[in-house]
Design a protein around this ligand. Sequence first.
Ligand code: HEC
Length: 97
Amino acid sequence: MAQGMQVYQRYCSACHGPSGEGNGLAPAAAYYDPSPTNLALHGAAHAAGEYAWLIKEGNKASAMPRFQEKLDEDDIWSVVLYIRYTLADGQSGDHQH
Ligand code: HEC
């Protein structure tokens, strides 16, 4: 989980915000269309495999970058877990402590 947090803070929080709420500090983040997803709300809505795929491939139709070349499998899966179990904690109802 600690690894996922580091990856997230380093590569993702500029757009998705420090707690995943889509309110990143990058000046451009507010202008992206579609805007960066509120991961705290969305976190548990998708299968882990879907997230891993999106993070690797990015989305050409949006500002979501691809991380295939920047992150290894470990980093990707740790950040997926971080999103699903830490950022989305308490939002989904299907995750118990
Ligand atoms: C340059 C800004 C930017 C950065 C950096 C960024 N994202 Fe995104 N991300 C977006 C935008 C914009 C969207 C919404 C459009 C879309 O779904 O492609 C998005 C969507 C997503 C989604 C889809 C959520 C859903 O429910 O559909 C996930 C998951 C995600 N990002 C994870 C990450 C992770 C993990 C990182 C870091 C490794 C990251 N993003 C870095 C801009 C960014």
